[in-house]
Design a protein around this ligand. Structure first.
Ligand SMILES: *[C@@H]1O[C@H](CO)[C@@H](O)[C@H](O)[C@H]1NC(C)=O
Ligand SMILES: *[C@@H]1O[C@H](CO)[C@@H](O)[C@H](O)[C@H]1NC(C)=O
Ligand SMILES: *[C@@H]1O[C@H](CO)[C@@H](O)[C@H](O)[C@H]1NC(C)=O
Ligand SMILES: *[C@@H]1O[C@H](CO)[C@@H](O)[C@H](O)[C@H]1NC(C)=O
Ligand SMILES: *[C@@H]1O[C@H](CO)[C@@H](O)[C@H](O)[C@H]1NC(C)=O
Ligand SMILES: *[C@@H]1O[C@H](CO)[C@@H](O)[C@H](O)[C@H]1NC(C)=O
Length: 510
């Protein structure tokens, strides 16, 4: 134990001495924050008038390791305490999402005053502590009532209802919220929720998905994405017409992005990699930037992908002030032309690729530290999409939920990626901010409570759900406050740590 402690201290001093960048290398108007989303942290799932979303339904059907977000991190009741922690840490911004079914329980119709009151209080708490709210309107949590009523995002009815929900949010919170993101990870939501059926609303068809009782993997991912783009365009037009001049805010959309690396240098794999980018990124960004889907998607999906009318194309084209990017990883791409021979195809078959992990250690739970993945994504957006203003909305390290508070893998990951971000910025990328996923340990999309990404640990067996800082929380706070991680930080950490011995007996070592 003694040796372990000494080792950690030396490692701390080594890593922090090796810092060749600081907060001050970034522009002062660049923002650093942390992220969460409503269903993943709020809890209070059926309190004060909230009704279920498709994510509640998905979790309660047993799809998330038997767990659900009924309580999650209980931010609904603990938001004041959390804002204190954010302020103490020096967070400049906080990204969270509004639960649509908390403010409009049936997705349309009557508004829930208690839902509005909660977000009003929360936003006031943030702004009074000098923390800029960045708000997402849909983070995988469509009101279940709209799913039941007309199939949610697969129906064009969603455009009107989403726009009215967005209008309510702009009108109620827009005096204080300047950064609006309409929909989170459109591409992953469509692929996971409507093709593979591994995410809410769990729609798919055989042979592509698993355990789906309804859906159509050949058509619905394209339909859902089309309607999300139209709903986004409609909300953005409303914001610009009715609110932007008065509220001086910005509106954007969010995509998930891998950096794709050709598995080999063959023309086939290089072309397959371009195709992967067109399907993951171009699917969303080509309509936003150029007004239509990439040719390769239209060619391979044929009549299964809806065509933009001229008016729809005009609605979507240019309908963003910034782009939100969630980026964690790189993947290898290998061409897989066989799938194009299939008579019935889904989006993955249309893509005609195979993805392979770049992780050499296949048993590793943590992500490899590959900051170049983020740099390349930013360079790609710069070159192909006219260098849009970008916020990195999510980036962070996965560890086991109950692993040590001394989370070196997360510190190394954040240190690496923020360094890479600075390199990208210095090379002309129009990146404006960075948010660590996640502020506190959350209910994770694929892993439930098996993994965690938080800067703050929350014990699953702790009835009070007390927040405990991990080493990464100290590291990030020191970065934000332009300090290096001193031995004081390490001592503080060890006081809170449950795997290391009490600190007193080793203090002399420092
Ligand atoms: C910091 O050092 C690393 C390793 O030498 C280098 O790759 C990186 O570009 C440097 N970053 C900055 C911002 O100087
Ligand atoms: C599909 O459902 C079966 C039976 O409920 C279950 O055993 C299996 O784990 C499910 N598969 C997936 C991938 O969810
Ligand atoms: C999916 O939709 C297409 C086009 O409407 C149709 O041809 C196909 O049969 C549908 N597949 C399923 C599984 O319902
Ligand atoms: C995997 O191993 C190769 C060959 O040693 C190395 O070049 C690469 O950087 C490694 N990848 C990761 C993610 O560590
Ligand atoms: C904690 O993680 C270990 C694996 O590292 C696992 O075996 C154990 O079941 C986990 N315990 C809880 C309470 O999650
Ligand atoms: C820096 O930007 C230039 C111009 O966009 C580009 O050619 C170059 O590849 C970039 N460098 C890196 C390391 O991304």
């Amino acid at each position: 134990m003694l040796k372990l402690f000494l080792g950690i201290t030396l490692l701390a001093l080594t890593v922090f001495a090796a810092d060749n960048f600081s907060r001050d290398d970034f522009p002062s108007d660049f923002v650093f924050g942390a992220s969460t989303s409503a269903y993943q942290v709020e809890g209070a799932a059926d309190q004060d008038g909230r009704k279920p979303s498709i994510w509640d339904t998905f979790a309660h059907a047993g799809n998330m390791h038997g767990a659900n977000g009924d309580v999650a991190s209980d931010v609904y009741h603990k938001y004041k305490e959390d804002v204190q922690l954010m302020a103490a840490m020096g967070l400049e911004a906080y990204r969270f999402s509004i639960s649509w079914s908390r403010v409009i329980p049936d997705g349309k119709g009557p508004v829930n005053p208690k839902g509005l009151e909660y977000y009003n209080n929360f936003i006031n708490e943030l702004t009074s502590h000098g923390i800029e709210p960045h708000v997402t309107l849909h983070h995988n949590d469509l009101p279940q009532a709209l799913e039941d009523d007309y199939g949610g995002w697969i129906s064009q009815n969603i455009v009107k209802d989403f726009t009215e929900y967005a209008d309510l949010c702009f009108r109620t919170f827009g005096d204080r919220v300047k950064y609006w993101t309409t929909v989170n990870e459109i591409n992953v939501f469509a692929l996971g929720g409507y093709d593979r059926g591994i995410l809410p609303p769990q729609r798919c068809s055989s042979p592509f998905g698993v355990n789906c009782s309804r859906g159509n993997s050949s058509t619905e991912p394209y339909m859902a994405t089309h309607h999300i783009l139209l709903a986004h365009g409609s909300a953005a037009r409303l914001y610009r017409k009715k609110y932007q001049d008065r509220q001086h805010g910005f509106i954007g959309i969010n995509i998930f992005s891998y950096w794709f690396v050709p598995l080999t240098n063959t023309v086939e794999d290089v072309t397959a990699t371009e195709r992967a980018n067109d399907f993951y990124v171009g699917w969303i960004l080509n309509p936003l930037v150029f007004g239509d889907y990439p040719d390769i998607i239209k060619k391979n999906a044929g009549s299964r992908i809806p065509a933009f009318t001229k008016a729809e194309s005009n609605l979507v084209k240019g309908s963003y002030d910034f782009l939100g990017v969630n980026c964690y990883n790189a993947l290898y791409v290998k061409e897989n032309p066989r799938t194009l021979q299939m008579e019935v195809r889904d989006v993955n078959a249309d893509m005609a690729i195979e993805l392979k992990s770049i992780q050499n250690d296949t048993s590793a739970f943590e992500f490899p530290v590959t900051p170049w993945a983020l740099q390349k994504v930013l360079e790609y957006l710069k070159q192909k999409y006219d260098n849009p203003p970008v916020f990195i909305h999510e980036n962070g390290q996965r560890t086991r939920r109950n692993s040590s508070l001394v989370d070196w893998p997360r510190v190394k990951y954040l240190h690496g990626y923020i360094g890479g971000l600075l390199d990208a910025l210095r090379n002309g990328s129009n990146v404006r901010g960075y948010f660590v996923w996640s502020f506190v340990d959350a209910f994770e999309l694929l892993d439930g409570y098996e993994s965690s990404y938080g800067l703050y640990y929350i014990g699953l067996d702790d009835p009070d759900l007390k927040r405990k800082p991990k080493l990464s929380a100290y590291w990030y706070s020191n970065f934000l406050n332009r300090r290096s991680l001193t031995s004081v930080g390490v001592i503080e950490l060890l006081k809170n740590s449950f795997i290391l011995p009490p600190v007193q007996q080793h203090q002399s070592l420092l």
